[in-house]
Design a protein around this ligand. Structure first.
Ligand SMILES: Nc1nc(=O)c2c([nH]1)NC[C@@H]1CN(c3ccc(C(=O)N[C@@H](CCC(=O)O)C(=O)O)cc3)CN21
Ligand SMILES: CC(C)C(=O)C(=O)O
Ligand SMILES: [Mg+2]
Length: 285
């Protein structure tokens, strides 16, 4: 366990310590309702956090790291150990954004007490500002339990990937009147329980706009609505790194293609002995 929450750059001449920026706070994010849209991206590593931090308000260490970093089939296999290790790395790499860590499947659903034990471990080991958990009405008492004990909570309703088996897939939610009413009740319950932020994922657009108007905390959309108080995307998806992406992803780059072509160039130069040259080798005295 590390208690040093700043990135040690003493051995890294390539990445000098950036100019100090005051870190945003959870209350400052909570006050952004209806104001300047909240910019949120996922990050899983210290270096990516360093690069994204100046441009974001919130960095989410998402349990999507199961698929994105570990090649697991879903988020259900992600562990508290993984979230703590990556969470601490992202906190070390960031100076300005509020860092939120996803609570992994199985670490909070059993009881508010179980959730507090897991969340307090995440907070202590990572230095993050808060946690995120999935669920609606059934999780509201847990959100209140954590919030009343000093742990800021971000909710997550609509398409909740940890419930993929119960939902039957990753399809958009809220197409029936019953589903729409349930998602609205879920959002209100989580906001009323004291969540400081609410992610709305994969719902038909009018529901996300309606939730945003009717709950007191700011909302963050992913496949939801431009009317939300902010937006989030998985970083690998928006960089064009992840092979299979949902309709709600906009690709801002093609890093997969650029990495493949860099590897192809390197391979060709090794095979032709064009690399290394004098510039990349050590001359004797
Ligand atoms: N890289 C990545 N990006 C994510 O957004 C993400 C993860 N991983 N892992 C955790 C969850 C899983 N999510 C997903 C996964 C797949 C779809 C998807 O393929 N959606 C299809 C519709 C699927 C269906 O109708 O069954 C789409 O076309 O949008 C959506 C969200 C969102 N989260
Ligand atoms: C997509 C976001 C909201 C998330 O929960 C994750 O990255 O795990
Ligand atoms: Mg998640």
């Amino acid at each position: 366990m590390s208690t040093t929450f700043t990135l040690d750059t003493s051995t890294s001449r390539a990445h000098p310590t950036p100019a100090p920026m005051k870190r945003l706070t959870v209350p400052a994010i909570g006050q952004r309702k209806g104001g300047q849209p909240i910019v949120m991206l996922t990050a899983y590593t210290a270096r990516m956090a360093q690069l994204l931090d100046p441009h974001c308000d919130v960095l989410l260490v998402g349990d999507s790291l199961g698929q994105v970093i570990y090649g697991l089939p879903s988020t259900l296999q992600v562990t508290l150990d993984m979230m703590c290790a990556h969470g601490a790395a992202v906190v070390r790499g960031s100076y300005h954004s509020v860092v939120i860590i996803d609570m992994p499947f199985g670490s909070y659903e059993q009881s508010p007490e179980q959730a507090f034990a897991s969340a307090s471990r995440i907070m202590a080991e990572t230095g993050a500002a808060g946690v995120k958990l999935e669920g609606g009405e059934a999780m509201a008492p847990t959100v209140a339990f954590l919030a009343q004990r000093g742990i800021p909570v971000c909710g997550h309703v609509g398409l909740t990937p940890q419930a993929v088996n119960a939902l039957g897939g990753y399809g958009a939610r809220g197409r029936s009147a019953e589903e729409e009413a349930k998602i609205l009740r879920d959002a209100k319950a989580i906001s009323d329980a004291g969540a400081f932020l609410l992610v709305i994922e994969g719902v038909v657009e009018p529901i996300a706009a309606k939730i945003t108007r009717e709950v007191t905390c700011p909302t963050i959309g992913i496949g939801a609505s431009v009317e939300c108080d902010g937006q989030v995307l998985v970083i690998d998806d928006m960089l064009g790194m992840f092979e299979r992406t949902a309709r709600f992803v906009k690709r801002y780059d093609d890093l997969a293609g650029r990495i493949a072509s860099a590897a192809e160039s390197y391979a060709a130069e090794v095979r032709s002995r064009a690399f290394p040259t004098a510039a990349e080798t050590y001359a004797p005295k």
